[in-house]
Write a protein that binds this ligand. Structure first.
Ligand code: ADP
Length: 509
C-alpha cells in the first residue's frame, strides 16, 4: 500500500495513466448505460406494440366465439370456453410466444372465480392492478410483469395484455389475459450488454495504453533531464542532453544544455578565482613567515631588556611582543586553513580514547588559571575512535579556551557519550551563550561576536576546528541560549560508522 502511494506521488506517468483510465471508464460507463437504457426501452416498446395488436385480434376472436355461444348450461359453457382457450393457443407448428389466462364467469362467487390457463402460471405473474382494471371496466389494458411457471425457478420478463369479454347468452363477463414472454428481447439485451461491456473494457485499456505511450514520449526527455541534472549536481559538469529534431522537447534540451554550459563556465571561473585567492593567502602567509621570525627574535631581545628602558619604551616593547604573538598565531591559523582549502591536510590516524582526552582536559592549566571548575560526565568508560590525536587535542583545547575566554562561566561540563555509530564529546558552559544564528556563525572565518572584546582571538579557531572534525568524517556543532550558556559537541565516527546523529543531545537544543 505504501509503495503504491509512493508510486502515485513520484510518477507523473502513473498519475496520467490512472486518471485517464478512471475518467474514460466513467465516460464509457455513462454512455454505455444511456445506450443500454435506450435499447431496452426500444425493445420493450416494440414488443409491447406487437403484443397489444396480437392480443387485440385474440380478444376479437374470443368475443365472436362467445357471441356465437347460446348454451346457458354451465357444463356446456365450460366446454366451449376450454375449446376457445385451446384454439387461441394452438400455434400451428411455430413456438408459442405467449400464455393465456381466462378468468370467469366473474359473477361466480360460491367456489371462487374459475380460471383456465394454457400453462401452470404462478398467480404472481398477473399484476394485481391489471386484473382489477380489466374486471372493473371494459377495454384493453397492459402491464410489464414477470412470467413464472409453477415448478420452475425461471422468471422471464413479460408484457401482459388483458381485456373483458361478455357472453351475450348467459350475460356473464370474463377476463382474458395474454402473457407475452420477452425472453428474446431479454437475450438480445443481454447480448448488447455483453458487447458493450467487452467493447468498453477494450476501449478503456486502449485509452490507458495510448495515455501511457503519449506520457512516455513527453516524460522520457524530462527523466533524462532529471538524471543529467542529478549527475550535474554530483559534480559531473560535462553531462549534456541529447538534442533530436526541432520540437519543444528539442528546444528544452537545447536551453538545458545552454544553461549547463553557462553554469559550468561560471563554476570554473569561481573555482579559479577561489584557487587564486587561496594561493594568494597561502603565498602571503609563507612570505610573511621569514620576516616575522626575524622581527619576533628582535622583539624578544627588546622584551627581555625592557627593565633597562624608560617606562614608555618598556611598555612599547611589551605591546610589540603581544601583537607579534597574535600575528604569529594568525599566520599559523591562515596556513592551516590554506592547507585545508588546498586539500593538502592529511590525517595521522591512531587509536584515540576521547574519555581520556576529556579527563586530561579537566586538568587544563588554562581553566585552573581562570578559576573554572570542571565536571566530567561519562568519562570513566573508554570511548575509542580512530583519529588524529594532534587535531582532536587542538579542537578540544580550542573549545576549552573559548569557554574560558568568552563565556564568563564559572564552571563547565565535559561530557563523553557514544552509540554504535560514533563518539561525541561536549563542552558545555553556563555563560553568555549564543543568540539567534550565532551557533552557525561562530564557525565562519574571522567571525567574532564582539570584535572589540575579542581578547586576542583571530576568529579562525572554530573554523579550523570544524575543518579538523570534517577531515575525520565527523561534525562539530554548537547550541546556545543567550544568558544561559552554550554547548559545542564534537562527534567522531567509529570505524564503519557515521557521525550524522551525535551521541549527545545538547541541553540547549
Ligand atoms: P577565536 O579564534 O578568535 O577564539 P573562534 O572561532 O574560536 O575565534 O570563536 C569565534 C567567536 O565565537 C568568538 O569570538 C566568540 O564571540 C564566539 N564564541 C566562541 N565560543 C564561545 C562560547 N563558549 N560562548 C560564547 N561565545 C563563544
Amino acid at each position: 500500500m505504501r509503495s503504491l502511494t509512493s508510486i502515485w506521488r513520484r510518477s507523473i506517468q502513473a498519475r496520467v495513466v490512472t486518471s485517464t483510465i478512471v475518467l474514460s471508464a466513467l465516460v464509457i460507463s455513462l454512455t454505455g448505460w444511456a445506450l443500454l437504457r435506450d435499447v431496452a426501452s426500444g425493445l420493450a416498446d416494440s414488443r409491447r406494440v406487437a403484443a397489444i395488436s396480437e392480443a387485440r385480434s385474440g380478444f376479437k376472436y374470443a368475443q365472436t366465439q362467445l357471441d356465437a355461444t347460446v348454451e346457458t348450461e354451465p357444463a356446456m359453457q365450460s366446454q366451449t370456453l376450454t375449446q376457445m382457450v385451446d384454439s387461441l393457443t394452438s400455434s400451428r407448428g411455430a413456438k408459442r410466444t405467449y400464455e393465456l389466462v381466462l378468468e370467469g364467469p366473474l359473477s361466480a362467487t360460491d367456489s371462487g372465480v374459475p380460471t383456465r390457463s394454457s400453462a401452470a402460471i404462478t398467480p404472481g405473474s398477473l399484476p394485481a392492478d391489471l386484473t382489477t382494471a380489466v374486471k372493473d371496466r371494459p377495454g384493453t389494458y397492459w402491464r410489464y410483469s414477470n412470467l413464472a411457471l409453477l415448478g420452475s425457478a425461471a422468471r422471464d420478463p413479460a408484457v401482459v395484455v388483458g381485456s373483458q369479454l361478455r357472453a351475450p347468452g348467459s350475460g356473464d363477463t370474463y377476463a382474458l389475459f395474454y402473457l407475452f414472454s420477452m425472453e428474446n428481447q431479454q437475450s438480445t439485451l443481454d447480448l448488447v450488454r455483453r458487447a458493450l461491456l467487452l467493447g468498453g473494457l477494450a476501449m478503456v485499456l486502449m485509452v490507458g495504453g495510448v495515455a501511457w505511450l503519449v506520457s512516455r514520449q513527453v516524460l522520457d526527455p524530462v527523466r533524462m533531464a532529471r538524471r543529467i541534472a542529478e549527475r550535474y549536481a554530483s559534480g559531473n559538469l560535462e553531462q549534456r542532453m541529447h538534442v533530436r529534431g526541432e520540437d519543444d522537447i528539442a528546444r528544452l534540451s537545447t536551453s538545458f544544455n545552454q544553461m549547463a554550459a553557462s553554469l559550468q563556465s561560471q563554476i570554473r571561473r569561481l573555482e579559479n578565482l577561489s584557487r587564486l585567492q587561496q594561493r594568494f593567502v597561502s603565498d602571503v602567509s609563507h612570505e610573511l613567515r621569514t620576516p616575522l621570525t626575524t622581527v619576533q627574535m628582535a622583539s624578544e631581545i627588546l622584551f627581555d631588556a625592557r627593565e633597562t628602558f624608560d617606562p614608555q619604551t618598556s611598555r612599547s616593547a611589551e605591546l610589540l611582543k603581544g601583537e607579534l604573538d597574535r600575528f604569529e598565531a594568525l599566520l599559523t591559523d591562515l596556513l592551516d586553513l590554506s592547507r585545508f582549502d588546498a586539500g593538502a591536510a592529511r590525517l595521522e590516524l591512531d587509536t584515540v580514547d576521547l574519555a581520556q582526552i576529556a579527563r586530561q582536559s579537566a586538568d587544563d592549566a588554562l581553566l585552573a588559571r581562570n578559576g573554572i571548575a570542571v565536571r566530567l560526565i561519562g568519562a570513566d568508560q573508554p570511548a575509542i575512535v580512530e583519529a588524529d590525536i594532534r587535531r582532536i587535542d587542538r579542537i578540544v583545547r580550542n573549545l576549552l579556551a573559548n569557554a574560558a575566554k568568552y563565556s564568563g562561566s564559572a564552571g563547565i561540563e565535559i561530557e563523553v557519550s557514544q552509540n554504535e555509530q560514533c563518539v561525541s564529546l561536549a563542552v558545555r558552559d553556563h555563560g553568555i551563550g549564543l543568540a539567534g544564528d550565532e551557533n552557525l556563525r561562530v564557525f565562519d572565518r574571522f567571525w567574532r561576536a564582539d570584535p572589540a572584546r575579542a581578547q586576542g582571538g583571530t576568529g579562525l579557531g572554530l573554523a579550523i576546528s570544524r575543518e579538523d572534525a570534517s577531515l575525520h568524517g565527523g561534525t562539530l556543532l554548537a547550541w546556545g541560549r543567550p544568558g544561559e550558556g552554550s554547548e559545542f559537541v564534537l562527534t567522531i565516527p567509529k570505524p564503519e560508522g557515521t557521525a550524522t546523529r551525535p551521541a549527545i543531545v545538547s541541553v540547549y537544543a
